[in-house]
Design a protein around this ligand. Structure first.
Ligand SMILES: *[C@@H]1O[C@H](CO)[C@@H](O)[C@H](O)[C@H]1NC(C)=O
Ligand SMILES: *[C@@H]1O[C@H](CO)[C@@H](O)[C@H](O)[C@H]1NC(C)=O
Ligand SMILES: *[C@@H]1O[C@H](CO)[C@@H](O)[C@H](O)[C@H]1NC(C)=O
Ligand SMILES: *[C@@H]1O[C@H](CO)[C@@H](O)[C@H](O)[C@H]1NC(C)=O
Ligand SMILES: *[C@@H]1O[C@H](CO)[C@@H](O)[C@H](O)[C@H]1NC(C)=O
Ligand SMILES: *[C@@H]1O[C@H](CO)[C@@H](O)[C@H](O)[C@H]1NC(C)=O
Ligand SMILES: *[C@@H]1O[C@H](CO)[C@@H](O)[C@H](O)[C@H]1NC(C)=O
Ligand SMILES: *[C@@H]1O[C@H](CO)[C@@H](O)[C@H](O)[C@H]1NC(C)=O
Ligand SMILES: *[C@@H]1O[C@H](CO)[C@@H](O)[C@H](O)[C@H]1NC(C)=O
Ligand SMILES: *[C@@H]1O[C@H](CO)[C@@H](O)[C@H](O)[C@H]1NC(C)=O
Ligand SMILES: *[C@@H]1O[C@H](CO)[C@@H](O)[C@H](O)[C@H]1NC(C)=O
Ligand SMILES: *[C@@H]1O[C@H](CO)[C@@H](O)[C@H](O)[C@H]1NC(C)=O
Length: 750
């Protein structure tokens, strides 16, 4: 197994896997241990505060903390590395937890009360989270109490020893009885308000750090920036109600010398679909605090006496093997212990989507024709995109019909049943399987031009007073409302019951704006999880793909329910290399949807060869075509049979293998990626040439992840070399003298 190879100390690992030493305690000193990572903190016995000691490579002992010569302007807690920083005492940094108490003040003093260690991990009620059994994960819960306001916190740490991963979340319980003698803004109801809840926080010692964070936009997702963590705060996040295209709830910290393949690296990922906030704050003593959690502008969550708030979960991973090491641990953890859908580890059908070929011009006849063409080239799953619904407001363009999920009778006179049967009666080329059918929906949205909106104008997010901002002519349904949840569950079930539908593309094409209350985002996302949990449980055999104008909602929360996400609306293969490599920082390539589209490309106008487009798309778990096969050139059509065969051959290693970014397009004209099969017997390299260059020659391409002493044959020069030769010497790839060339190279262990 890939993750076993990373463990240097196999005996240590064996005892960790059995859960014996994953969490050790000496009094109230806690060590969370993994194969290549330790995470340590303790209780200050005088104050009851939690103090951080270490997060990094394996360490065995607790050592005295750094003490500044002078505390300067700052008192006590300012110079402490705090494990669960609360607000209002002597710590001037941003807190992980900020509560407005029933009495109106915002001062908290959470002090240790007790702890509990158990094998395994409990689910988070109503929220997606990593999971695992007794032999996969060990959980420590620290119970804290603020005796002034009678609020308690339960801080939960789950260690996955094989993945160098820690999942953290917490609950806040308001024990205060309703008390009219307390006159805060909570006016005697006894409620408290959660103003900030960072699921993960860590205080690093004084050291040089850099952060790597995603940024981008529509059609430009997951570019990355690497910059120095300097004094003061650096923050990014989303107020869109979802992760959005602009950032993603992930960042890495690295040492200045860390590379793709070596050096200290930490990754932080939030299992949450709503607005989020990620912050680093370097203080005068050099300590760096990191915070990862919900966005504080979309919090203000009221917790009544007797109620408990559950934070989302965040996952932190450490690797001494650079950024690539962090990525591979996330890929393994998220495939093994987050994405619960049964298709997660299965090869995916090759699909053809109607959108780029037909757009809104769909009806029974045009789709059956397209499916017939799809049949001829070996497509396994035929997907009908937007445009199929609407009775009073037929969905002929994006200004009407959204929300009215009844097939348009003008285009589907007999509904979906017989037409879908016609498609699913087709036989996949060179196979005995039948073609599968998939459908597009955008359940959380409504056009004002719709029957749904006429009947339920109050179902959308709005404040009552402000104008309802339209984006793409549509408004957002308030999925926090139980009646909206019921509506979505019912109509999606009705569609899936009406025909033999095996795939659903669940789109979401705009951000949330006018909200009645900041906590509406939190309620919305919990409602959305309820809807998706119900539907994925009711239809476990349906393959669900998330989409949000591309990668706008590619997040670990949805990955828990759905095995794949559309990566970007930009299908230009050259741009896609950057987008896909960025996305792979945290999400496994097996979870990405990537298609070959027509040229010249709709976004960039580039004319890239069909093999290059195919090779880029094949490096993702869900491979497909998004074009009209009738419009392929002869050269393209001739290449299709071999592309289909190669895509089928590659898919198992993409779904289950280890992924390596060998060279990045931002720093090389010859970017490349590699997969190694989980059993180590096979590897495949995809090498690309962006531009033909007269000089210099391409550098030898150095492979990764091989056994240095084993020998591997390759199908480039048909020779056999040692793993060390491929990794340290590299191979020279003979690219043709043209732009946008690609090679796929298979290695087989002898
Ligand atoms: C520890 O957790 C387990 C499992 O939730 C529970 O059964 C047990 O009572 C807890 N022990 C303490 C001391 O809280
Ligand atoms: C988790 O542990 C169970 C036994 O408790 C084992 O069967 C399973 O393979 C483990 N899962 C992974 C992904 O290692
Ligand atoms: C709260 O706890 C602190 C520290 O343990 C203690 O000094 C104080 O007396 C307690 N206050 C109340 C109201 O119980
Ligand atoms: C709260 O308000 C009430 C009514 O205005 C007042 O009688 C009471 O003294 C106030 N309590 C505190 C603790 O300020
Ligand atoms: C206190 O505030 C809440 C929320 O704004 C409101 O629902 C409630 O009626 C108020 N209670 C009193 C006693 O004013
Ligand atoms: C179906 O769509 C095609 C292509 O847009 C069009 O030529 C044809 O007339 C349509 N047929 C019906 C019945 O609407
Ligand atoms: C959208 O379709 C409707 C109904 O077919 C039509 O009246 C309208 O002109 C179309 N709008 C655009 C922008 O094409
Ligand atoms: C409603 O549809 C009409 C016709 O397509 C269009 O002109 C109008 O802009 C639409 N209104 C909204 C709010 O989208
Ligand atoms: C699908 O195939 C079955 C079995 O051959 C046949 O009975 C049925 O009529 C076909 N349906 C359609 C819509 O072609
Ligand atoms: C299907 O099989 C035929 C004959 O065996 C072969 O020529 C063709 O390339 C195959 N097509 C695909 C897409 O595999
Ligand atoms: C190893 O994994 C690859 C890719 O999944 C598979 O094709 C191959 O058959 C496996 N080999 C062995 C010996 O299990
Ligand atoms: C390698 O072997 C394959 C299959 O036998 C052959 O098609 C190819 O031309 C050979 N390549 C070289 C560089 O010899």
């Amino acid at each position: 197994m890939a993750r076993l190879k990373r463990a240097c100390v196999l005996t240590l690992l064996a005892s960790l896997v059995a859960g014996q030493n994953a969490i050790t305690t000496t009094g109230t000193k806690f060590s969370l241990n993994a194969a290549g990572m330790s995470y340590m903190f303790h209780v200050d016995t005088e104050s009851g505060d939690l103090v951080s000691d270490h997060f990094g490579g394996p360490a065995a002992d607790f050592t005295p903390p750094a003490v500044p010569w002078s505390s300067g302007w700052n008192d006590e807690l300012a110079n402490v590395r705090r494990e669960f920083p609360d607000f209002g005492r002597s710590d001037p940094r941003l807190p992980a937890i900020h509560i407005e108490h029933a009495a109106g003040d915002t001062v908290s003093a959470f002090r240790y009360q007790s702890h509990n260690i158990t094998q395994g991990k409990q689910p988070l009620p109503g929220l997606p989270a990593t999971y695992g059994g007794a032999s996969n994960v060990t959980t420590l819960i620290i119970h804290l109490h603020d005796n002034v306001s009678d609020v308690s916190a339960a801080l939960s740490y789950s260690v996955f020893p094989e993945y160098n991963a820690i999942a953290r979340s917490f609950t806040i319980t308001n024990h205060g009885a309703s008390d009219s003698s307390r006159n805060g803004t909570n006016n005697g109801s006894g409620a408290i308000v959660i103003e900030r809840a960072a699921s993960f926080s860590a205080d690093f010692p004084n050291m040089e750090l850099e952060m790597i964070e995603p940024y981008g936009d529509w059609s430009h997702e997951f570019n990355t920036v690497r910059r120095k963590v300097d004094y003061g705060r650096t923050s990014f996040g989303s107020q869109a109600g979802y992760a959005s295209h602009v950032h993603n709830p992930f960042f890495a910290l690295v040492s200045p010398t860390t590379t793709e393949g070596s050096g200290d690296a930490w990754g932080f990922s939030l299992v949450w679909t709503g607005s989020f906030e990620a912050t680093t704050e370097k203080f005068s003593n050099g300590f760096t605090r990191i915070l990862m959690g919900m966005n504080s502008l979309h919090s203000s969550i009221r917790v009544q006496p007797g109620e408990t708030f559950q934070s989302p979960e965040a996952v932190a991973i450490y690797s001494s093997e650079g950024i690539g090491g962090v990525s591979r641990s996330f890929h393994d953890l998220y495939r093994d212990h987050l994405s619960r859908h049964k298709a997660t580890k299965e090869t995916r059908p090759i699909l053809l989507n109607s959108w780029e070929g037909l757009a809104f011009n769909i009806n029974e006849t045009s789709l059956v024709n397209l499916a017939g063409e799809a049949e001829e080239i070996g497509i396994e799953l035929f997907v009908m995109d937007d445009g199929w619904f609407g009775v009073e407001y037929p969905r002929n363009n994006d200004s009407l019909g959204l929300g009215d999920w009844t097939p348009n009778p003008a285009h589907f006179p007999d509904g979906l049943g017989p037409y879908v049967e016609e498609v699913t009666n087709l036989t996949v080329l060179n196979s005995t399987s039948k073609m599968q059918f998939g459908i597009w929906v955008e359940p959380e949205m409504v056009n004002p031009n719709s029957t749904l909106y006429n009947e339920h104008p109050d179902w959308v997010l709005h404040t009552g007073k402000h104008q309802r901002t339209l984006t793409r002519n549509q408004l957002v349904l308030n999925v926090g409302l139980p009646e909206v949840q019921e509506f979505i569950i019912n109509f999606v079930s009705r569609i899936l019951d009406s025909a033999n539908i095996q795939y659903v593309k669940w789109d979401n094409n705009r951000a949330m704006h006018e909200m009645m209350h900041p906590s509406d985002d939190y309620k919305y996302i919990l409602g959305l999880y309820h809807v998706i949990d119900t539907l994925t449980t009711r239809y476990p055999n349906v393959l669900w793909e998330g989409c949000a104008s591309g990668g706008g909602r590619f997040d670990p929360g949805l990955l828990y329910y759905w095995p794949q996400h559309w990566t970007s609306d930009n299908t230009d293969a050259s741009d896609r290399l950057t987008i896909q490599m960025g996305t792979s920082l945290v999400y496994p390539p097996s979870s990405m949807g990537c298609h070959i589209s027509a040229v010249p490309n709709g976004s960039t106008g580039r004319n890239i060869s069909i093999m290059y487009r195919a090779h880029v798309a094949m490096t993702c778990g869900s491979f497909g075509l998004e074009l009209n096969p009738e419009e392929l050139s002869t050269t393209e059509a001739d290449a299709i049979p071999s592309i289909m065969a190669e895509a089928r051959r590659v898919n198992p290693i993409v779904i289950g293998g280890d992924f390596y970014r060998l060279a990045h397009p931002a720093s090389s004209n010859w970017p490349a990626v590699q997969f190694v099969s989980a059993n180590g017997t096979q590897a495949v390299v995809f090498a690309f040439q962006q531009f033909m260059q007269v000089k210099p020659v391409p550098p030898p391409l150095k492979f990764a992840g091989l056994d240095p002493s084993a020998r591997y044959s390759n199908d480039l020069d048909n020779a056999t070399y040692s793993g060390s030769t491929y990794m340290n010497g590299g191979l020279n790839i003979p690219f043709p003298r043209r732009d946008y060339q690609s090679k796929m190279i298979w290695l087989t262990k002898m």
